[in-house]
Ligand binder design. Structure first.
Ligand code: SF4
Ligand code: SF4
Length: 160
């Protein structure tokens, strides 16, 4: 991507550095949405070992993920197409931690850790997550192209 990149998430009018002093459960909906860094890694399919519970990340992406922008192509109406897509909230966050990306802002704050310097809220630039090499940009293949039984050939380490 070159040239000015418009932030797809509205990060205007938020309380200054709210993520440092407002608990997750007390954030407004707008603040909650602004926490997402746009990395797209939560939209990659995971493989869970039934016996060990271990979760492996693959680069096989949800059918709605745009592999370059790392955005959901149908975010507001995504459940019509992907009913199993999770709506993360302060209430259900804990039950999802076991599979969430290491760098996910929701996970970091839940663990009492700071956001990374490349987070758009810190850098002021939605492109910085991609420039830092921590997003899913250009590494994915769409799930409709790969048989589910072959997903294990696409296991990756999380880019961090
Ligand atoms: S992993 Fe977290 S920060 Fe990254 S896109 Fe998903 S919700 Fe947003
Ligand atoms: S429906 Fe959209 S938000 Fe949900 S996993 Fe797929 S691409 Fe991501």
């Amino acid at each position: 991507m070159s040239g000015p990149y418009k932030d797809p998430i509205d990060r205007t009018g938020l309380r200054p550095r709210f993520w440092e002093h407002v608990p997750l459960k007390k954030m407004s909906q707008k603040e909650w949405e602004a926490l997402c860094d746009g990395c797209g890694k939560c939209c990659l399919n995971k493989l869970e070992d039934e016996e060990t519970g271990e979760v492996a990340l693959t680069r096989v992406a949800c059918r709605l993920l745009d592999g370059h922008s790392c955005l959901c192509s149908q975010y507001p109406i995504r459940h019509q197409f992907v009913p199993e897509c999770i709506s993360l909230s302060a209430k259900n966050l804990e039950s999802h931690l076991y599979w969430m990306p290491e760098t996910c802002a929701y996970r970091l704050l839940h663990e009492g850790r700071p956001l990374f310097h490349w987070h758009p809220l810190i850098s002021g630039d939605p492109q910085s997550v991609h420039d830092a090499g921590v997003s899913a940009q250009d590494i994915t293949v769409p799930e409709f192209e790969i048989d589910e039984e072959d997903w294990e050939d696409y296991i990756i380490e999380e880019p961090t």
